[in-house]
Design a protein around this ligand. Structure first.
Ligand SMILES: [Cu+2]
Length: 112
């Protein structure tokens, strides 16, 4: 192997290393529950990377005391004033709809 080939091989390994590190990096998204519902009601994340939702319910004047994301088997209670951590990895682009336990208050996670 000559020097040039070796340099190319090292470069290729670096590129692969960087992209897999990027894939592993979590995406933290803060969502509040207020009298207006889930705020922000629409958030955007990238597919193939773990998502960490940090959800805090800030009011008792809401029926959104739970967050249900059926496609990912998520059904979490949202105690008042406590930040609930919800983790999942969206595998493909699309729009994920979540809602309160009764499906009245809604939010969207756009996956790019
Ligand atoms: Cu509800």
């Amino acid at each position: 192997m000559n020097t040039r080939t070796l340099a190319m091989a090292v470069l290729a390994m670096l590129v692969v290393g960087c992209s897999s590190a990027d894939a592993a990096r979590e995406q933290r998204v803060k969502i509040a529950v207020t009298e207006k519902g889930f705020v922000p009601a629409v958030v955007t994340v990238q597919s193939g990377r773990p998502v960490t939702l940090l959800v805090t319910r800030r009011t008792d004047r809401t029926c959104a005391t739970e967050l249900v994301l059926k496609t990912h088997g998520i059904h979490e209670k949202l105690p008042l004033g406590k930040t609930v951590v919800i983790r999942f990895t969206p595998e493909r682009p699309g729009t994920l709809d979540y809602a309160c336990g009764m499906g009245m208050i809604k939010g969207k996670i756009v996956v790019r």
